[in-house]
Design a protein around this ligand. Structure first.
Ligand code: HEC
Ligand code: HEC
Length: 353
């Protein structure tokens, strides 16, 4: 082989090598494969209200939703993220804060609600102002006393972050950074937040746990005195009721009437789920009660009559409230503590770090 031939051969080999490489490159699909996450309804739960098929949680969508949830860029001051007011250790409530605390120390008028089992809820917030989970975050994002931002403002900030450009592109087919995709991603994160591994659940599903005598007695009392409103495995019938709290002169929060405009809805609030209740103190829509003892004392002795007070509280021999002995209250509290879900509270999938 002469020099020329050798060079041609080297050239051909390198060409072959190069084309084989490049053809490999053409077949090579970039790693944007976005696996679907498994959304499993626990055996003792009802069907979800959220239509999961319209926004199926995916690995990248969830990752994006979580990043947004913990990102102060969603607020005008760059600090107040969703996670600022919704802290995982306390079932995503704002521990120690009676009412919410937003940008520049602005105070809201309501106690931050826990975030768990959102996929099973039909309406959101204490008065049902949000009728779809995808729309709920618009309220805190734009509220002056919460995050005080605009979607245009947030999108501008996100577009400057290569990490977000990449994540939006991987998570959604149209690859766009827009409010629709933002809200979908946050929902994907929130619908995966299922709390269904409490002692109560394990007893209900026959998974080897057994109630103590006290817890069993507490459950029986709970069924007869509380479960008409705090119903089923979600511990709420999702209705709006007036449970007899004295009117708060500071805010005079009219509750459900704010949404419907109806006089008959004044001072009614959404029946809250009691899951993880041990950790979501302080209690009630304005966080006025500090402990579970305070709550039970309210039901037995603190109730104030009004036109919209729930009839359940009036029916018992004209005595307002739910008569209970101190011992019965302790038993109910023992039962309520079986609704704490340590697996959920410590689930790394939902933590910031
Ligand atoms: C300043 C504190 C604060 C921030 C920030 C905040 N929230 Fe909230 N969140 C609240 C309060 C207070 C409520 C109850 C609101 C009401 O009843 O009007 C609430 C209610 C909710 C609910 C309704 C829960 C239910 O059971 O109906 C959802 C969902 C929610 N927040 C998600 C979010 C998301 C997502 C973000 C970020 C985009 C966010 N929150 C930011 C304080 C906050
Ligand atoms: C007639 C319906 C009804 C009955 C019966 C009822 N509740 Fe409630 N409960 C509510 C409503 C409505 C609220 C929210 C009120 C508010 O914040 O203004 C509430 C709030 C609570 C809270 C505070 C939850 C939170 O997240 O802050 C606890 C705890 C509670 N109830 C426990 C009980 C127990 C225990 C019983 C039985 C002794 C009981 N409830 C009976 C309707 C009811």
């Amino acid at each position: 082989m002469n020099n020329m031939e050798l060079r041609i051969l080297v050239y051909i080999i390198s060409l072959l090598f190069w084309t084989s490489c490049s053809s490999e490159k053409e077949d090579y699909v970039p790693i944007t494969e976005n696996a679907k996450l498994e959304f499993t309804v626990p055996a003792n739960f009802p069907e979800p209200s959220y239509n999961v098929t319209l926004n199926p949680p995916t690995e990248k969508g969830f990752e994006l939703g979580k990043k947004l949830f913990y990102d102060g860029r969603l607020a005008s001051d760059g600090v107040i993220s969703c996670g600022f007011c919704h802290i995982q250790d306390f079932a995503f409530t704002h521990h120690t804060h009676i009412v919410s605390h937003g940008v520049n120390g602005a105070l809201g008028t309501r106690n931050a609600q826990p975030l768990h089992n959102m996929a099973f809820m039909k309406e959101f917030t204490w008065d049902g102002a949000a009728i779809h989970l995808d729309l709920q975050p618009i309220i805190p994002i734009t509220a002056e006393v919460e995050m005080n931002e605009t979607f245009t403002g947030i999108i501008k900030k996100l577009e400057e972050q290569p990490e977000y450009v990449k994540l939006f592109a991987e998570a959604f087919e149209d690859q766009k950074i827009n409010s629709d995709n933002m809200l979908k991603a946050i929902s994907q994160f929130m619908i995966m937040m299922i709390s269904a591994n409490t002692k109560y659940d394990k007893v209900e599903r026959n998974e080897g746990s057994v109630f103590t005598e006290q817890e069993s007695a507490g459950l029986e009392l709970f069924k007869s005195k509380c479960a008409s409103c705090h119903q089923g495995t979600l511990f709420t019938d999702q209705s709006y009721r007036n449970n007899g709290l004295p009117i708060d002169p500071e805010y005079n929060d009219v509750g459900r009437k704010r949404v419907t405009g109806l006089e008959e809805d004044i001072y009614k609030f959404k029946v809250p789920s009691l899951r993880n209740i041990e950790l979501t103190f302080p209690y009630m829509h304005d966080g006025r009660l500090k402990t579970l003892e305070d709550v039970l004392n309210h039901y037995s002795d603190g109730m104030v009559d009004s036109r919209t007070l729930d009839p359940i509280f009036k029916s018992q021999n004209n005595i307002k409230g739910i008569p209970m002995t101190t011992e019965e209250k302790q038993l109910i509290i023992a039962f309520l503590k079986t609704l704490t879900d340590d697996d959920f509270l410590n689930d790394d999938r939902f933590s910031e770090f």
